[in-house]
Write a protein that binds this ligand. Structure first.
Ligand SMILES: Nc1ncnc2c1ncn2[C@@H]1O[C@H](COP(=O)(O)OP(=O)(O)OP(=O)(O)O)[C@@H](O)[C@H]1O
Ligand SMILES: Cc1ncc(CO)c(N)n1
Length: 493
């Protein structure tokens, strides 16, 4: 099968059940779930029996076979309630779906949903799972008046709405009969595996132009335009051991699909056990590096890390204001994971006064949040208060990182209006050197790719969790992450 080239997709039509949402198991077990709600355990063949029946016949069968003291209508209402509850409160997106939809949005590709499920369920599920913001319009078979097996009408209406010809419109389906209809209608069909139709994969493959075992596989094989790499600048210190600072930033940027550039603030001699020397660069040389970058390859985002002294902060503030730098993410680095102090006391005030107001987002960890606010952060409420306090003083959004909390690794974003939590399972890995640098660089990379702040944080959080979970173990102290954990290339072998 061919790779998908993103510029070939002019419009996208997604089936919902089994493609966007992991909802097929519910359809396969609706009767069983309903009976369970009535305190009855279904016989193993129930779903097979119901599969061939209409809703009414199925209800009558359940009434008789399981001795339910309810009318067929009441049983149907009960099953409908089970279905409603599932879509409204339980269903989850399939893996890779939010990423794909965000990616299509980044390329301004219109997205529609074509589904045989009722609109009320579709909307409830898409809103709750956060996918609705990527969908331009929903088409349902009952509203269109004909099912997918019988006619390509639903796809034609979606394509007409998007203004895209069938030959440039990609239809994503997991069911072979729908794939067949779409292909006969002249659409480009992407077949995706779903467990519920495991037995019919041969038929699906026969009726699609591209086939993937999962959305994640598809994401890895999409060819974005190789001649388009968004530039991003890091202004930070060099870490000789390669796990934090500029080295971590550039590796992260490469892994997050942007072109990394650097302006170095300081040379540190450090490894996983500690920092043995720091030499700050001369302010003029830092200024010259930033000038060299901005006057030639203007970055779409800037990450700021270790800046130890007021003179260097002045230079950065001056240049970022002069060049009207966009998407500035500031990691207020104060202390290395190994415990070494990386900023002078007098620099903190200059940083907050001059750099915070230029930042779109700052990313303090818990000790840094405490130092910036004077609030002792011991609870979720303390995190929220501290973030509001920082926003109130400096007007920049704040991501308080929970890497230093005891039980979990939940980060909290306050953007001046809303609090959003990004929950992460704590990974039992003592090697956390450079996590802060890595997270802020991933966020800056995502902002450069034009994702909004909350999507940028969400994806960066997934990235850092993957980098930690790879369990790289280098050095005798707290070691670095594997920044390239998700890169697949023949050159890596
Ligand atoms: N053991 C862990 N498991 C999962 N996520 C973690 C873990 N440790 C840190 N993180 C995550 O890593 C990111 C960086 O957070 P952290 O609080 O470690 O930053 P930091 O202290 O500034 O990092 P640095 O060690 O570079 O100074 C956050 O998203 C945090 O939730
Ligand atoms: C150069 C540098 N920047 C930041 C950190 C924080 O992790 C570090 N250890 N070294």
């Amino acid at each position: 099968m061919k790779k998908i080239v993103i510029s070939d997709i002019k419009g996208a039509i997604f089936d919902m059940d089994g493609v966007l949402l992991d909802s097929m198991p519910m359809w396969d077990h609706a009767g069983e779930m309903y009976l369970a709600g009535q305190g009855i355990q279904a016989e193993p063949d129930l779903e097979k029996v119901l599969f061939t029946m209409t809703m009414m016949k199925g209800a009558e069968y359940m009434q008789e076979h399981y001795g339910l003291e309810l009318s067929a209508k009441e049983i149907i209402d009960g099953i409908n309630e089970t279905v409603r509850d599932f879509y409204a409160n339980k269903v989850e997106p399939k893996s890779g779906v939010p990423e794909l939809l965000r990616f299509l949005k980044r390329y301004d590709i219109p997205v529609t949903v074509a589904t045989s499920t009722d609109r009320c369920h579709v909307e409830a599920a898409l809103v709750r799972t956060g996918l609705m913001k990527y969908v331009d319009r929903i088409f349902t078979c009952s509203e269109v008046g004909v099912g997918k097996a019988a006619s390509p009408k639903i796809y034609e209406m979606a394509a007409e709405f998007m203004g895209t010809p069938a030959s440039d419109t990609f239809v994503f389906e997991d069911a072979y009969h729908a794939a067949e209809t779409a292909q006969n209608g002249g659409f480009v069909v992407v077949g995706l595996f779903d467990e519920s139709s495991r037995d019919r994969q041969g038929d699906l493959i026969a009726h699609c132009d591209h086939y993937f075992k999962s959305m994640d596989d598809m994401l890895c094989s999409i060819n974005s335009d190789r001649s388009r790499l968004v530039p991003v600048l890091t202004i930070a210190g060099s870490d000789s051991s390669g796990g934090a600072g500029v080295q971590a930033d550039l590796k992260t940027m490469q892994a997050n699909g942007v072109f990394g550039m650097s302006a170095i603030t300081a040379l540190t001699a450090q490894n996983t056990t500690g920092v043995t020397a720091i030499m700050n660069v001369i302010p003029d040389v830092l200024g010259a590096q930033i000038d060299a970058v901005f006057t030639d390859i203007r970055p779409k985002a800037v990450k700021i890390g270790m800046v130890s002294v007021p003179e260097l902060i002045d230079v950065i503030a001056d240049r970022l204001a002069r060049y009207n730098a966009e998407n500035v993410v500031l990691d207020p680095v104060m202390v290395a994971t190994s415990g070494a102090k990386l900023i002078s006391d007098d620099a903190v005030e200059v940083m907050t006064g001059k750099l915070f107001p230029l930042a779109k987002l700052i990313t303090p960890n818990i000790p840094e949040t405490e130092a910036l606010t004077g609030i002792s952060v011991k609870s979720v409420a303390d995190m929220e208060n501290a973030a509001r306090c920082i926003y109130g003083k400096y007007g920049c959004a704040v991501l308080v990182k929970g890497g230093h909390s005891i039980n979990d690794a939940n980060d909290m974003l306050f953007d001046g209006e809303n609090i959003t939590w990004f929950s992460g399972k704590r990974i039992d890995n003592p090697n956390t050197h450079g996590t802060g640098c890595t997270l802020s660089s991933a966020i800056a990379s995502n902002l450069a790719k034009e994702y909004d702040v909350s999507d940028s944080v969400r994806m960066a959080k997934q990235y850092i969790s993957g980098a930690l979970a790879a369990m790289l173990d280098l050095g005798s102290g707290s070691g670095p992450l594997n920044h390239g954990f998700d890169i697949r290339s023949r050159y890596m072998l």
